[in-house]
Design a protein around this ligand. Structure first.
Ligand code: 5AD
Ligand code: SF4
Length: 453
């Protein structure tokens, strides 16, 4: 019998990378590799990388720098850099990691099998940053997917045509292209048949889904997914304010499967900075979109992304960002300090903000947001929320949960995306329970089950 072969996959970055790593795992599975979480056991290591900020990129170099050239059980481990940093750096990766075997760009995942076989048969180094068929058309394979997950990601489009001046995505993920609706539906049906209850549709700008290909619009796609009986909840990310149409707002209002949660990155509260970022809307336009959304869907939870310290950002610009955050009161916020990226036009802009100012602005913004996040959580106390059970909570897995007797501490999410911990007797993964919310914490809620379904 052939000895077992193991693959260790390390994923850095966004939800789309998590999804891509599942597809990488399926390709490796078809070659006989089993997943392992133990680096010492691995015969092959893939690092799926992110280049959105310098910090994420350096994390990949640091990890692979330690792993490349490694031997396990006296055999060479095949090491692969995949994804955005691989696409951006190409051959240059070998200057920093000479012992690496394969550099696999974002549109070359389908070539993984060929390249691994080539390295296995003759110790050679390979760089592939070319355009090949899309890996996302590979249907989900539950022999390689982690089981017992009630919620899963589905990539519906790749790339981006927006060219925000700070962003590397159009250069590393390529031009925007949408998947065929029938393939997306087929994939979601397969997920549903395997116990998945919630899907999060992924794309850099899901609102413009299908526009180029003229297949169907994003609201139409949402309507098609609504008719899949096994799927109870639909989420999506990321949306772009300039493409957030009234039709989409009405779809959220009228389609009961779409969760009451929208992530709508604003990036800055200053119209001057938004213009320099090439975002295509003003701060007033953004406020108007939020007003319309809140009017039609009053219970909607909102989150956003903000970059502080963009070149030439003044105290007045930053104050406008704080004012917008205070006006809107987001449920959650991802705030970043601006990071220069190669290829992105803003790296040549004048008016660089020093690191100390950037950090001070970031901390100030996060401090203000914390109070809103907590306040929003506190407002949930006393409410009865629908919660999709996602698994045992971390505390319980660590063995210090608060439940008594044969009760387990479980975790799930409200329709609005808030994390809820509660006690339950049976492992009711994938159930949608009614939970009375009893306590609020800064980043989660605590409640008790009020009936079975
Ligand atoms: N520096 C800092 N943050 C960035 N983002 C994208 N590019 C950069 C950059 N160069 C942030 C944006 C985006 C999120 C995914 O990452 O806020 O919405
Ligand atoms: Fe980057 Fe802008 Fe595209 Fe988002 S919309 S991926 S920030 S270029």
């Amino acid at each position: 019998m052939k000895p077992r072969q193991y693959a260790y996959i390390y994923t850095i970055g966004c939800q789309m990378n998590t999804y891509d790593s599942e597809k990488i795992s399926a390709v490796l599975g078809s070659m006989g590799y089993e997943n392992t979480y133990d680096l010492d056991q691995a015969d092959l290591v893939v690092c799926n990388t992110c280049s959105i900020r310098k910090k994420a990129q350096e994390k990949a170099f640091s990890f692979l720098g330690k792993v490349a050239g490694r031997k396990n059980n006296k055999k060479d481990v095949i090491t692969i850099m995949a994804g955005c940093v691989a696409q951006q750096e190409g051959e240059n990766v070998f200057k920093r990691i000479p012992n690496l075997d394969i550099v696999l760009g974002t549109q070359a995942f389908s070539q993984l099998k060929t390249h691994v076989n080539a390295v296995r048969s003759s110790k050679t180094r390979i760089v592939d940053t070319g355009e090949h068929e899309q890996i996302f058309e590979l249907m989900p394979d539950f022999s390689t997917l982690e089981k017992d997950r009630a919620s899963r990601f589905v990539t519906i489009m790749q790339g981006c045509d927006n060219y925000c001046t700070y962003c590397v995505v159009p250069y590393v993920r390529g031009r925007e292209r949408s998947r065929k609706p029938e393939n997306i539906i087929r994939e979601i049906e397969i997920l549903g048949d395997n116990g998945v209850k919630e899907v999060t549709l992924l794309g850099q700008n899901v609102n413009s889904y299908g526009k180029k290909e003229k297949v169907c619009s994003f609201p139409e796609l949402l309507e098609k997914i609504r008719s899949i009986d096994t799927i109870k909840r639909i989420r999506f990310a990321t949306s772009h304010p300039k493409d957030f149409s009234d039709d989409l707002i009405y779809a959220i209002r009228d389609n009961e499967k779409i969760c009451r949660q929208v992530h709508l990155p604003v990036q800055s509260g200053s119209t001057r900075i938004l213009k320099k970022m090439n975002r295509g809307y003003t701060s007033q336009d953004y406020m108007k979109r939020i007003e319309k959304l809140r009017k039609e869907c009053p219970d909607i939870a909102l989150s956003s992304d903000i970059i502080v310290g963009f070149p030439s950002e003044t105290e007045t610009d930053f104050q406008q960002t704080l004012d917008l955050v205070k006006d809107i009161e987001f449920d959650g916020l991802f705030a970043f300090s601006y990071s220069h990226r190669p290829n992105a036009p803003a790296s040549k802009f004048s008016g660089e903000i020093d690191q100390k100012t950037k950090m001070a602005r970031l901390n100030h913004l996060l401090e203000i947001q914390e109070t809103f996040t907590w306040r929003k959580n506190q407002a949930c106390v006393g409410r009865r929320e629908s919660v999709l059970v996602e698994g045992r909570s971390l505390k319980q897995r660590k063995g210090n949960g608060q439940c008594i007797g044969d009760m387990h501490q479980m975790t799930g999410r409200t329709d609005s995306g808030k994390i809820v911990h509660f006690c339950a007797k049976d492992l009711s993964l994938g159930d949608i329970l009614k939970i009375n919310i009893e306590q609020a914490y800064p980043h989660s809620l605590w409640g008790s089950v009020c009936d079975e379904k």
